[in-house]
Design a protein around this ligand. Structure first.
Ligand code: ADP
Ligand code: MG
Length: 726
């Protein structure tokens, strides 16, 4: 579609917008009745499962006890009956391969009955285990293609659900995905292992604090998803957006986000209609989405749920991404999840709120007088230590080609990992370091100076939007996660490194108290003091965007891994291998395979972008420029023939840029034709150092041409059109 026709189609989509389907009606079916309607959750299980089976399943979910395979048959039958009543014809094992995407293999419930008919069947064995061919998923050398066996294993702790389609519904069963050797080929298996490690170590600490039989401790996660919605006509008229997920060309529009009039602004009607349907679909799936708002950039939005058990939250987050994309289509929109769809305006992230909790306690809740709350201080200090020792791992967990555009670009946190603790907590930890803590600075009340407005309680710390890892009152917020990314990766790292620190803290305390509870205070003071001494350099409450911080961080010895290639390359140290092996989260091979997969993915991403740049510039942009050049030349000739003195400035400019573009394209082509040999790391460096800059050079010239070439000849929808026609 030409730029002009895409624009006309989009304008008409906006001006004549009518809902395709009858409007949703929350009066007839209130949201609370919809919530969880398609989930095989607690209530349904209690209703449909034999009591003993129900209890066994709940014990696995809530206490982490081993699943007895005997219960599977009963659960499978109940699940199948429930699903068929809801119109399901198929069931699917849903899994999360290392592409970061969601994969599903569907099977029909029907089996031939041997008499020419068919019966609906679903056994415990089918529920527990599936066998998708694993050969087409990245394994990073764990499995060679001819050894294709891969298994999916039922994750009883994440509820099964029904996915609706106008033509039928499917029972979806969240599963882990591993190879024939039992090695993890996915994101869920290590996440579950890390949750188990965290539980074990956190319980040790809780026992020291007098909880004799502590409830299961689990990580909690609340991911805030940012995304763009633009008219679908533009999306399909831009091969860069459709294929690479981001614009590889596009001159800066006259208006961007500098008016600061987007954030929390009123939501356009079509967009709001789409959001309402997204939310309703997610409610049905039991995803507790709560917050929606306009984000900073034009056409950028955010959706955030209430936090949940981190494993369930990770599965739900994948559903959020899928649902956003699916529903957007119905409204003539395209949902862009890429970290940087448009240059020059903010990109999208996924703030990952994280804490540890039991059924009844948030272990990172400081209370009103945190200095008295030793247990909280211990958990908080453990996180500090973990982040300092493993900043490289956290950095690598959010590293991909698309997130490289965000981190360090003064709109998202820098690539240097540090912790924002806020004034009150920093003060407390400083008192501890000096020898003992006596008080918490009171946050006081906030008065606005208008008598009719109530006094508001003030939080103990202000926000710091520039920090990559901020304490936000009762949780940490990891702000470097990218909008396309599965949160499972960062969660695995957080859970594992914190389990390791809790192990350290518990062992240190046990060494001092030797079972004598009266020595607990002194032991805690000692270990906290030690942690402060060794790890306080990770605390930084100032402006993370400033040049001064970058210098200071270097002095403090904090790593500054600027891009994905360096970040993944850094995850090889023997310490890291030992850490993951110790908590049985990833074996040496599993860890190495991930490094390889992520580096290879980097190469593929940049290669695709490079090839797209080449083809769009050669086949779409250059021809438009030639046409305009021709037109200018004809005009100049005609004007001259008419005896009028002509000025050929524009023609000269355009011609120079055309030459420049041809040259830049030749360079890019050369960079892309590089022969494959050597390690994945070597390839990745080539893509970073040769292809990426060559691609940017092409864009530089093409964007200049866009500002000169006649609008009716320019083939791609402009930034202005994509961002503001809505
Ligand atoms: P913000 O003001 O940071 O944009 P939002 O309301 O958009 O806040 O999102 C905050 C997220 O943090 C929500 O998903 C919320 O459920 C989550 N959250 C709150 N408490 C916890 C916790 N204890 N553990 C994990 N996540 C939490
Ligand atoms: Mg938010």
């Amino acid at each position: 579609m030409k730029s002009n026709s895409a624009r006309q189609a989009a304008i008409s989509a906006v001006t004549s917008y009518k809902p395709q389907t009858p409007p949703l009606n929350f009066l007839d079916t209130p949201a609370k009745d919809i919530f969880g309607a398609n989930v095989f959750g607690n209530a349904i299980m209690r209703e449909r499962l034999p009591k003993a089976v129900y209890k066994a399943v709940q014990a696995t979910i809530n206490k982490g006890t081993k699943l007895d395979p005997i219960v599977a048959d009963a659960v499978a039958t109940a699940m199948k009956d429930w699903a068929i009543e809801k119109g399901a014809t198929h069931y699917a094992h849903v899994f999360f391969p290392l592409t970061g995407q969601t994969a599903e293999k569907h099977d029909s419930f029907l089996s031939p009955d041997g008499k020419g008919g068919a019966i609906a069947e679903f056994s415990g064995a089918q529920l527990i285990q599936g066998e998708p061919d694993a050969s087409s998923f990245p394994s990073g050398g764990i499995r060679v293609t001819f050894e294709a066996r891969g298994y999916t294993a039922w994750d009883v702790t994440s509820p099964a659900y029904i996915l609706e389609n106008p033509n039928g519904t499917t029972l979806c069963i969240p599963t882990a995905f591993c190879s024939w050797t039992g090695e993890a080929l996915d994101k869920k298996t290590p996440l579950l292992r890390s949750m188990q490690a965290l539980n074990k170590q956190a319980q040790r600490v809780l026992k020291l604090f007098g909880h004799n039989d502590p409830d299961m401790v689990f990580a909690t996660a609340g991911p805030e998803q940012e995304y763009f919605l633009i008219d679908r006509n533009f999306y399909y008229a831009r091969p860069d957006l459709t294929i690479a997920g981001r614009t590889l060309f596009g001159a800066e529009p006259p208006k961007g986000q500098e008016f600061e009039d987007q954030y929390f602004g009123a939501i356009p009607e079509r967009v709001l209609a789409c959001m309402l349907e997204v939310e309703r679909e997610l409610f049905k799936l039991g995803v507790p989405v709560k917050t929606r708002h306009n984000e900073v950039a034009p056409s950028q939005y955010e959706i955030a749920p209430v936090y949940e058990n981190a494993n369930v939250a990770a599965d739900h987050q994948q559903l959020v991404m899928l649902t956003l994309q699916r529903v957007a289509q119905k409204y003539g929109l395209a949902c862009l999840l890429h970290e940087k769809p448009f240059a020059g305006i903010n990109g999208s992230g996924k703030h990952l709120n994280w804490s540890l909790a039991t059924e009844s306690m948030n272990l990172l809740e400081p209370g009103d007088t945190p200095h008295d709350n030793m247990q909280f201080l211990v958990f908080c200090a453990a996180v500090m230590r973990a982040v300092h020792l493993n900043a490289v791992l956290l950095r690598a967990s959010v590293a991909n080609a698309s997130n490289d555009h965000r981190l360090g670009a003064n709109e998202a946190p820098p690539a240097i990992i540090s912790i924002f603790l806020g004034e009150q907590l920093t003060d407390i930890f400083e008192q501890i370091e000096k020898g003992g803590v006596k008080s918490s600075k009171s946050p006081g009340k906030l008065t606005v100076g208008v008598d009719t407005l109530p006094p508001l309680p003030r939080h103990a710390g202000d926000r710091n939007r520039t920090s990559p890892f901020a304490f936000t009152g009762n949780r940490f917020e990891f702000r470097a996660v990218g909008s396309t990314q599965s949160i499972a990766g960062p969660l695995v790292i957080l859970n594992t490194i914190v389990a390791d620190s809790l192990d350290y803290v518990a062992s240190e305390i046990e060494k001092t108290t030797k079972g004598d509870a009266s020595k607990l205070n002194a032991a805690v003071q000692k270990v906290l003091q030690q942690i402060m001494k060794e790890h306080k350099v990770i605390i930084f409450n100032g402006d993370n965007y400033s040049e001064a911080w970058h210098k200071e961080a270097e002095k403090r010895g904090l790593p500054n891994l600027r891009d994905s290639v360096d970040s993944h390359a850094a995850v090889t140290g023997a310490d890291f291998v030992k850490l993951f092996a110790k908590f049985k989260v990833l074996s040496k091979r599993e860890l190495a395979s991930r490094q390889d997969i992520y580096l290879e993915r980097y190469c593929k991403d940049i290669a695709t972008e490079g090839k797209l740049t080449l083809s769009v510039a050669r086949k779409t942009i250059l021809p438009a420029a030639y046409r305009y050049q021709h037109e200018l030349a004809l005009t100049a000739g005609a004007v001259k023939a008419a005896g009028v003195e002509t000025d050929t400035d524009t023609l000269a400019k355009v011609s120079k840029l055309v030459d420049g573009l041809e040259g830049a394209l030749d360079n890019l082509e050369k960079a892309l034709s590089h022969e494959a040999s050597g390690s994945t790391l070597k390839h990745a460096k080539h893509f970073r150092d040769e292809v990426f800059p060559a691609m940017n050079a092409v864009r530089g010239v093409a964007d200049k041409l866009e500002t000169l070439v006649s609008d009716d000849l320019w083939p791609l929808p402009s930034y202005q059109e994509m961002l503001f026609i809505k």
